[in-house]
Ligand binder design. Structure first.
Ligand code: ASP
Ligand code: MG
Length: 405
């Protein structure tokens, strides 16, 4: 049986024709080393954002179905150009859309989940010796509708294909050379992590680390696929995301308990607060938020009040979203966006008050104090005005990850 490698190249790795050609050479080298190669590509550079803004110039609140039709074209441009570049190097290549490689998803546009992969055409072409180029970030629903997988979803395409094909390796290439203990542009003392567990990586991604998509990591965890985050054009080892030493999750949890592994944050956080209202208003608000991923949700059942925290990432149009929530919640809704978050992430750090206590102390004297903190199982998180987000990340990193901290 042929050994298969799945390689995924992010938008910045295919942002120009020169880069597409350089990536094509890399893919060809892997093929010539004797592997079957499936290369998943993202849209070139900022194409997805540009397509979104095109739609918004046409209408204020474009329908999600048509947005999926539009956004899925970004990856199709990359796949065709990549296939042409590989053919030009003298190898056989063929490009496929998500639907052509059998990526079946749920029915929800803009944030579809992969429910099945039937990669028969990919397998046939690999058996013919061809390199298969796949458009990331998209699939098809059981109603034959084109769907997209949420921002950064090409990672998920790569992991799902690696699982379905029994690939030997799933390599995620981007412009950074691995997972760091913080974003080095924000925290210069951040260090590269040689390995990260699935759950830690998922929480880092959810809280803001952009290197890998959270759903992709969840998929990899379920299927037991090791991911390698590497730099496309640089050398170096990168980071392996796996279950270290094969420890079962619960054992790893107790071994690493309460150790912060990374600090991250976001600058696209929104908060919707419903002051005490009626059960009907609360219910209408939750219905309007729908299936959008939240960072935190808290409901005061006695008074029908709520605080929902989310990110703009999968809300294509924040102003339209806010208007929808306001229309739904009859009572006066407080909605704030453009907030920052700062998070300390590690297995079990949210299980007790200890890390929360230490983290809160780091916020003392910040020019803009956090509005509130919340914890999840593997993170403690502050929500604060944008101006102080990065400084709090630096302080959390110093406190939890620098030895003299
Ligand atoms: N092009 C899509 C995005 O920018 C998907 C991806 O890059 O993975 O979110
Ligand atoms: Mg992209």
């Amino acid at each position: 049986m042929m050994r298969i490698i799945v390689q995924k190249f992010g938008g910045s790795s295919v942002s120009t024709i020169e880069k597409i050609k350089a990536v094509a050479a890399k893919i060809v080298a892997t093929r010539r080393a004797g592997f079957g190669v499936v290369a998943v590509v993202s849209a070139m550079g900022d194409t997805t954002d540009e397509l979104l803004s095109l739609a918004r110039r046409v209408a204020e609140d474009p329908s999600k179905r048509e947005l999926d039709m539009l956004l899925s074209t970004g990856e199709r441009i990359s796949m065709a150009l990549m296939s042409i570049a590989i053919q030009d190097l003298g190898e056989q290549a063929i490009s496929f859309t998500g639907s052509q490689c059998g990526i079946m998803t749920s029915d929800s546009h803009a944030g579809a989940r992969i429910i099945d992969v039937r990669p028969y055409r990919v397998q046939d072409e690999l058996a013919r010796g061809r390199i298969v180029i796949v458009a990331g970030y998209q699939g098809t629903s059981y109603r034959s509708e084109v769907t997209t997988l949420g921002r950064g979803g090409s990672d998920t395409t790569a992991v799902a294909l690696a699982a379905a094909l029994g690939a030997e390796s799933c390599d995620i290439y981007s412009d950074v050379d691995g997972i760091y203990s913080a974003d080095p542009r924000i925290v210069p003392s951040a260090t590269k992590l040689a390995e990260v567990g699935y759950e830690e990586m998922q929480e880092l991604a959810r809280q803001g680390a952009r290197v890998l998509n959270a759903q992709a990591v969840e998929f990899a965890r379920q299927k037991g696929i090791a991911l390698h985050a590497k730099s496309t054009f640089g050398a170096g080892e990168g980071t392996t995301i796996h279950r270290p030493d094969g420890f079962p999750d619960h054992l790893l949890r107790s071994l690493r308990a309460f150790g912060v592994r990374g600090v991250t944050g976001r600058d696209d956080v929104w908060v919707a607060e419903l002051p005490p209202a009626t059960p009907e208003a609360l219910s209408a608000l939750l219905a309007a938020v729908g299936s959008i991923d939240l960072l935190s949700a808290q409901v005061d059942a006695e008074r029908s009040a709520a605080r929902l925290v989310g990110t703009a990432e999968n809300v294509h149009d924040l102003a339209a979203f806010e208007a929808r929530l306001r229309a739904a919640a009859a009572a006066e809704l407080h909605f704030a966006s453009g907030l920052a978050s700062a998070a300390a992430v590690g297995l079990g750090v949210g299980d007790s008050a200890n890390a929360l206590h230490a983290a809160i102390e780091q916020a003392a004297g910040l020019p803009d104090a956090p509005r509130f903190w919340f914890s999840s199982r593997d993170a403690v998180v502050a929500v604060l005005p944008a101006a102080s987000g990065k400084e709090l990340q630096r302080r959390l990193h110093r406190r939890f990850l620098e030895s003299d901290g």
